[in-house]
Design a protein around this ligand. Structure first.
Ligand SMILES: CC(=O)SCCNC(=O)CCNC(=O)[C@H](O)C(C)(C)COP(=O)(O)OP(=O)(O)OC[C@H]1O[C@@H](n2cnc3c(N)ncnc32)[C@H](O)[C@@H]1OP(=O)(O)O
Length: 191
């Protein structure tokens, strides 16, 4: 198996492998372009977001500085908003629904490194997908860890570290994040 095949199979891979490392080039180039486009050039920014991501719905707003690791592993629905300094390490797929807002300085990471120092000296990584449902507000300074699924109609409180799945219809917060309270979904068909 090549290192890329191992990565895509969810196995440990060598992140120094040139083909694995090469995935960053597209992201670095398009993040640099997107971050440099003035905010008032809406159409140019939307075109850059489309080039950066695998898929994105209408009305995407991404404030600078945005960074990601591949871009083509990011799938986003409509009405997506990220505030300043959001980072998505999309070594594995990151699937985000409709009407999702992400607060400043938030990190979504799909990648872990071994706990063993020998594994880290061998530059091993392991990637697991992250998914976020519809109508989710992720507050500022949140960290979402590899393999986590967040349901629909969820608020992640500022500063949370989300280590495990979060169900639908709740506010979750803390380190590690736990459900703080359940909330109603007041969305109707016409909304
Ligand atoms: C897209 C953007 O740009 S977002 C802009 C950036 N803004 C932010 O990041 C703000 C995020 N907002 C928060 O974190 C808010 O505290 C909210 C939305 C989670 C408040 O949610 P509510 O359900 O109304 O919480 P409420 O204020 O009633 O507090 C409920 C409990 O949760 C606790 N709590 C509230 N916020 C947090 C938090 N960030 N972390 C941990 N616990 C929290 C409260 O202390 C309280 O605990 P208690 O019952 O023991 O007293």
């Amino acid at each position: 198996m090549t290192e890329l095949e191992k990565l895509n199979a969810g196995l440990e891979y060598d992140f120094w492998d040139p083909k694995v490392d090469g995935l960053k080039i597209h992201a670095l180039e398009w993040c640099r372009k997107l971050n440099a486009i003035p905010m008032q050039n809406t159409e140019e920014r939307e075109a850059a977001i489309k080039s950066l991501f695998s898929s994105v719905g209408e009305n995407a707003t991404i404030l600078p500085v945005f960074n990601c690791d591949n871009g083509k592993n990011i799938h986003v629905g409509k009405n997506f908003l990220t505030n300043y300094n959001v980072t998505i390490l999309d070594i594995a797929p990151v699937c985000i629904g409709d009407y999702v807002m992400i607060g400043p300085n938030t990190l979504i990471t799909t990648v872990n490194h071994p706990i063993s120092p020998l594994g880290r000296r061998r530059h091993l990584g392991i990637a697991k997908p992250v998914s976020i449902g519809n109508d989710v507000w992720v507050g500022g300074n949140v960290t979402i860890l590899p393999g986590v699924s967040i349901g629909n109609n969820v608020v992640i409180a500022a500063g949370a570290v989300v280590t495990k799945d979060i169900p639908d219809n709740c506010v979750a917060g803390g380190v590690p994040a736990k459900v703080i309270r359940n909330i109603e979904n007041d969305i109707k068909e016409k909304d």
